[in-house]
Design a protein around this ligand. Structure first.
Ligand SMILES: [Zn+2]
Length: 181
């Protein structure tokens, strides 16, 4: 599936969320991380995550909650994770303006790193830009000006595009034009 990457380190989180997917050919949920070795391989592929620790159960449980927070727009689902993986803040001097950065107290755990990424995106007011397609559950970043994209297919120009949202669009078109079925 073709897509524009999410900005900065959010792209790593987006790829993490898509290790669970509903592939176009089978349309059945598929899990990419089944063993501890799968997990190590995934972490090793990302410079930001290399050598971090965590287990498969935690990987899946946290992924499920992050997906839930995106799909329901209820970020507080993630608050309990913050208690086990606390963050602290530091001031960073930048060329034009100062900024606040979030860091995990425990730098060895991938959950802490992901929470720091999420905290930064939330603080910028961009969390609602990360979306899960209502049809195929693929997680994408909405780059549109007004943030109104809903389905992944808007980005899927390639042969794998399954035209998500088509049925909904046809329904809306019909109701708008009062064509009876
Ligand atoms: Zn989709």
């Amino acid at each position: 599936m073709t897509h524009k990457p999410a900005p900065g380190s959010l792209e790593v989180l987006r790829e993490y969320l898509n290790t669970w997917s509903i592939p176009n050919d089978t349309r059945k949920p598929a899990e990419a991380i089944r063993t501890q070795q799968d997990l190590t391989d995934f972490l090793d592929q990302q410079p930001l995550l290399k050598d971090l620790q965590g287990n498969v159960e935690e990987f899946k449980a946290f992924r499920e909650d992050v997906r839930k927070s995106i799909e329901t727009q209820e970020i507080d689902v993630l608050s309990p994770w913050m208690q086990y993986h606390p963050l602290y803040t530091v001031f960073v001097k930048e060329e034009r303006a100062a900024k606040i950065m979030f860091k995990p107290e425990d730098e060895d755990k991938f959950v802490g790193i992901f929470l720091a990424i999420i905290a930064e995106v939330v603080s910028k007011g961009q969390w609602n830009r990360l979306k899960s397609c209502p049809d195929c559950r693929y997680v994408f970043y909405d780059h549109s000006k007004n943030g109104s994209k809903k389905w992944c297919s808007m980005y899927a120009g390639g042969s794998n595009g399954r035209a998500c949202g088509t049925i909904d669009k046809v329904k809306r078109y019909r109701s708008r034009n009062q064509i009876s079925t």
